[in-house]
Design a protein around this ligand. Structure first.
Ligand SMILES: *Cc1c(COP(=O)(O)O)cnc(C)c1O
Length: 525
């Protein structure tokens, strides 16, 4: 069953059929079957030996707990084994290649972790007097300097806590600038390409703008004519990702910037893919007014699982006055300070968007990453990221199908499911078969403009050997699908601790709390 984006909403029939033989224990080779820790609980078992609590009168009154605490009861070795076994089911960038596109899952040098853990950074409190955190403020000032030089943009806001938060920051500045011009009631429409990351239209909508979708042309880029026809006096701006989510550079970007400015709107660039152009293209030169940078994609910090993130925003001269508070002022000679009030040169700031100053640990990692690479190293990283993606594209395009295959790609290679036509294998099945082969799947069914999309971003940190092995595996799978070995795909994953899950149910009706058996059976219905 498919929803209207072509994404299957139910696992394939394969589910119940098991082609790998069952084992008596539920384990698969040395991979142990592991139930929930609550199911392992054995009442009365303890991992610690504490003296009895002194007999003191309770002061909890009506707040005192009436029932049992309900925590699992286990010994220390049982707990250690439980979590170690779970950790072995995990797959991460330290286990192997992580081909997710639009995410930039790359190796992050351990040096940066080491720096972020220095007690002088890790043990700071955000409310310490500024005289005691001069080094931290200097790091923030340095990060701003590097980001400003790399993007060719004069102002940098460090507070946003993620890419999407950075979008909100940039769009709030745009909204403030429009209101300052007295056009707040009139400019209510934001343009965004159909291939945009979902956070773009969501951000615009959250600020009360209507979102108007621009179609792609047959080269996976903004259709310039369709874009120009959408311009008008009610347009607040455009949100455009470059390089875009089809993995290609928006070659008309200067014409787009000029046209949006001529129409009185602002150019928000989604800079999540900045890692493909660092040191080679300065967004400021392209006419960008605001752009977020995902430090966790481009400048170190491992991510995934929802955090941590950091999404500083760079601003043009026009938007700089509206940037959020607080910001760092001063230099090594005068000492550093924090501008925290919307007064003086911050009178037009739209205010605070985060409790404190941003993600300090990520600023340290980003600065360590940038300084250890140097400007030549950063250029090489973006060049190698693009080279790796093009190498994979070249090694795969004769057996898979690339919808915008003419010409090179940027940092990610996009395939569609045309090569699976008539095989009975879907993008989802193909991805599940990759799990059996030891690979985390690539990004699937995104961008939505491509049917059955498979978006692969190898990054600069994979060796040629790793890329070759990955390409050989995908070639093998593509050939097996075409040769009619459908079982391999619809049965997959056969070797994972869990087979196919009903992902839609899991997302819509997650069971987040363990309850004793009778209650769980009800919740699952
Ligand atoms: C990752 C990404 C975002 C959102 O960034 P988060 O840090 O996950 O909020 C936005 N746009 C694009 C193109 C992205 O790849």
């Amino acid at each position: 069953m498919m929803n209207n984006e072509g994404r299957p909403t139910r696992p394939a029939a394969a589910n119940d059929a098991s082609s790998a033989p069952d084992t008596f224990s539920g384990a698969r080779a040395l991979e142990q079957h592991e139930p929930l820790i609550f199911e392992r609980s054995n009442p009365g078992t303890v991992g610690v030996d504490l003296p009895d609590a002194p007999d003191a009168p309770s002061r909890l009154g009506t707040l005192a707990r009436k029932g049992a605490l309900g925590l699992p009861e286990l010994s220390e070795p049982q707990v250690v084994r439980h979590y170690t076994r779970l950790s072995r089911m995990n797959y991460g960038i330290d286990t192997g290649l992580f081909p997710l596109g639009s995410c930039t899952m790359k190796h992050n040098p351990r040096l940066n972790e080491r720096m972020a853990r220095l007690p002088g950074f890790a043990d700071l409190h955000p409310m310490q007097p500024v005289s005691t955190v001069q080094g931290a403020l200097e790091v923030m000032q340095q990060v701003k300097h590097w980001l400003s030089v790399l993007t060719g943009m004069p102002a940098v806001a460090l507070p946003p806590g993620a890419g999407a938060h950075g979008e909100l920051c940039g769009m709030m500045a745009i909204k403030s600038a429009i209101e300052a011009r007295g056009e707040g009631d009139r400019r209510r429409r934001v343009l965004a390409p159909a291939s945009a990351h979902g956070t773009n239209p969501a951000t615009a909508a959250m600020l009360g703008f209507t979102v108007d979708e621009i179609p792609e042309n047959e080269r996976g880029r903004v259709d310039l004519k369709a874009f120009e026809e959408k311009l008008g006096p009610d347009v607040a701006g455009i949100m455009l990702t470059n390089p875009n989510t089809c993995g290609v550079f928006e070659t008309d970007i200067k014409a787009i910037a000029d046209a949006i400015h001529a129409a009185g709107g602002y150019f928000y660039c989604d800079g999540a893919n900045f890692n493909a152009i660092v040191g080679r293209v300065r967004p400021g030169d392209l006419g960008v007014d605001a752009m977020h940078i995902n430090l966790h994609k481009t400048f170190s910090t491992p991510h995934g699982g929802g955090g941590p993130g950091s999404g500083p925003v760079v601003f043009s001269e026009a938007l700089a006055p509206f940037a959020p508070l607080p910001w760092v002022t001063g230099d090594g000679d005068s000492g550093y300070d924090l501008k925290e009030e919307a007064s003086g040169d911050a009178a037009e700031s739209f205010g605070r968007m985060k409790g404190f100053h941003g993600q300090m640990g990520m600023f340290v990692r980003a600065l360590a990453y940038m300084m250890s690479h140097g400007s030549d190293g950063l250029m090489q990283a973006s060049g190698d990221a693009v080279l790796s993606a093009n190498y994979l594209k070249a090694r795969l395009e004769d057996v898979m199908s690339a919808p915008y295959g003419d010409g090179p790609c940027m940092h990610e290679a996009l395939f569609d499911d045309t090569f699976l036509n008539g095989t009975g294998v879907t993008t989802l099945d193909f991805a599940k078969a990759m799990i059996d082969e030891g690979y985390h799947p690539m990004t699937m069914y995104f961008p939505l403009v491509v049917h059955g999309a498979m978006l692969i971003e190898p990054t600069e940190s994979e060796s040629k050997e790793a890329l070759d092995r990955f390409a050989d595996t995908l070639r093998f799978l593509a050939e097996q699908a075409k040769a009619g070995d459908t079982e391999r795909f619809i049965q997959a994953p056969r070797y994972a601790p869990r087979r196919r899950l009903d992902e839609t149910q899991a997302a819509r009706k997650p069971i987040l709390r363990w309850k004793p058996e009778a209650a769980t059976a009800e919740a699952a219905e």
